[in-house]
Write a protein that binds this ligand. Sequence first.
Ligand SMILES: [Ca+2]
Ligand SMILES: [Ca+2]
Length: 439
Amino acid sequence: MGIQPWMLLLLVSLARCSGKIQGMGPAYCSTHTHTHTHLRRVTIILMPRRGQRVCDLHRPGPPRCLPGHRSEGEPPEWLHMAVRLLAAIDDMNIVLVDWNRGATNLNYFTVVSNTRKAADNITSFIQKMEEDGASLASIHMIGVSLGAHISGFVGAKLKGQIGRITALDPAGPQFTGTPPEDRLDSTDAQFVDVIHSDMDALGFRKPLGHIDFYPNGGADQPGCPSTIFSGKEYFKCDHQRSVFLFLNSMNATCNITTYPCASYDDFLDAKCLSCPEFTPSGCPAFGYYTSEWKDTLLRLGQTSTYFSTTTKSPFCKTNYVVEMVTWNSEPRWATVTVKLHSKEAVTEARINHKASKFQQYKETRLLAQFDQDLHPIQRISLQFSSGNIVGPRYKLRLLRFRLEALELPDRPQLCRYDIVLTEKMEVSFRPIPCEDTNF
Ligand SMILES: [Ca+2]
Ligand SMILES: [Ca+2]
């Protein structure tokens, strides 16, 4: 993939500055002095952690940390991974700024008011780099939580000339409903991409960038605890998922395609499965490389886009479009489960976010999302439920069943004709390539 001329400015770890946290060598602290002579690309990462400090970056030598309190705690586990992945992409300078606080800290409001101070320091630091020959366009800031808004303040002070701001679940509390100058917005950099992963709690609900990703709808993430009895994890799991998703997008084990749409429900309803406005590149990819869609995204102004993930890294789902035509004379409403079998394995998609309508001779289009990519598919199993608890078992008479891999156009479309399904009874069949038939 092509590389944008970013400088990656990673926010300098306060921990590194103080040298108190193990595993954070002084190398990171000296990174920014190093950048003065090698100002090709800079990434700044603003990251959240317990405790709060502000680094004075505008002075020679290692950055100095302003007074502030820091609670105990190791650097987040993902930090080393972030640096490693970024460094593998290209030769770039990485500056880490860790100034943050725990999401549940009571001093949240003080911390919010300190974001301006942090932004001032980072702005001075960047201006110093600029004097030394760095171009603002080559700077990429990655801000987590409150760090996303700090990146926005820095960007605004630099008149929106920074190349890119990536916001990982930008903080919601205290920022929701504020005007653009008091939070991140799309004028703060030349390109602003945002991931919303906990918009119902710690994150921000409304779009803030040129492209806003809403994984799994943007509120709750699969694999994260859904009750408060899980303690600390309950508070941060959804919020932090944005970081892990973004890191995953850098090493390209699998690519996640996203679908611009009016809502996650519409996406699940298979209403947004093509991207004519993005021709010829297709629907935008999630994460680090989404900048390759930048020209179209800037032209469109703002794009909100959706996708679903699995519970664990690398998070990619395999998406299929299922089309069914019935000859039942009465319309039926049903949820559907589709299983795909290869020789060794089976993977399942439950299409149950709501009941789908089946109408005589009308094509019903469903989005089926599977955790595994099985190929070749040897058998398919289908089951439906109308939600009827008492009364007769309904039948669904299928004139045609068709399966199409959404992101793998080279895979053959699979069909089957004349299938009768009985409610809550699984039916399995061997699919046939659609082009071998006369339908
Ligand atoms: Ca702003
Ligand atoms: Ca949540």
